[in-house]
Design a protein around this ligand. Structure first.
Ligand code: SAH
Length: 269
């Protein structure tokens, strides 16, 4: 069935010369929203980042121009300004442009920079949220990100910012029961561990890494804060990694083992 982007229940539609900035979710097509799917089927141009899975990109309308505009990793990298310029140029040419980003575009996705470029050029746009990686990682663990009597807040933090390793409110993060989803945190693991312990965090605090959440080949690694960097180094995770501070995988509630005994748990899907 052909998706109709102009249906009344569907918001303002996808007019020629406009841009939809959509989240693709963190994994395969089952975590894509219906809105993002409709936009994929209607777009003339799809500009996606490297976190968007091949399975999702394959849902683009036949004949659409598909541009992989990855900004990180080891392949050729796109500068943010070039991505903005490309979106603007294609929209000004009267095309329907879909900017597709991994997870939710509003979470560590440089969404504002892209919106500002569109606004400056007078291009109409619409944002469609997506499932963020923290939600997918928690779902894979069978865990809730909030829990009555444990944490009344959830922090979404980044391991890196413009200046390098990102500084945080460490004292708050070090409190017992604190839960944080740490994006781009794997390479900053030693720094995170050091800062948190320095601010009084319990070395037995669980930290669970989920690599490639919601993808085939997803891996979960259970660690404790006191051995986080070492456990991650041993696990040699590949692909994007979400660190969930304060969350253990199910079945890991048994009394905390002595630090050297903490194992690596791998999930085969
Ligand atoms: N906008 C995205 C986040 C982009 S920042 C979102 O909402 O999910 C990139 C970081 O997100 C990665 O370094 C990693 O920490 C996390 N990430 C994205 N996709 C992931 C996945 N499938 N599994 C684990 N972590 C993921």
């Amino acid at each position: 069935m052909r998706a109709d982007l102009t249906s009344k229940t569907d918001g303002p539609g996808f007019a020629p010369g406009s841009v939809v900035l959509a989240g693709a979710g963190p994994g395969g097509a089952d975590l894509l929203t219906l809105g993002a799917l409709r936009a994929l089927q209607a777009a003339d141009v799809v500009i996606h980042d490297r976190l968007v899975s091949a399975e999702v990109v394959a849902l683009a309308r036949a004949g659409a121009e598909v541009i992989a505009a990855g900004k990180e990793g080891y392949g050729p990298s796109w500068a943010q300004d070039d991505i903005c310029a490309l979106m603007v140029a294609r929209a000004l040419a009267g095309l329907r442009v879909l900017r597709l980003k991994g997870g939710d575009p509003a979470i560590f996705g440089r969404l504002d920079e892209e919106i500002e470029a569109l606004e400056a050029a007078g291009i109409p746009f619409r944002v469609l949220p997506g499932v963020t990686a923290a939600s997918a990682a928690a779902a894979s663990l069978g865990r809730s990100l909030t829990r009555r009597a444990r944490n009344s807040e959830l922090r979404l933090v980044t391991g890196h910012d413009l200046k390098g390793y990102a500084e945080q409110d460490w004292r708050a993060l070090a409190r017992p029961g604190e839960v944080a989803a740490i994006y781009m945190g794997a390479r900053a693991a030693r720094f995170l561990q050091g800062r948190l312990l320095m601010h009084g965090a319990d070395p037995a605090t669980p930290v669970t890494a989920v690599a490639n959440a919601a993808h085939p080949g997803e891996r979960q690694v259970a660690a404790r804060l006191g051995d986080l960097a070492e456990t991650l180094a041993q696990a040699e995770l590949a692909g994007p990694v979400m660190l969930l501070l304060g969350i253990a995988p199910r079945g890991a509630e048994a009394p905390a083992p002595a630090l050297p005994e903490i194992g690596v748990k791998e999930l085969t899907l």
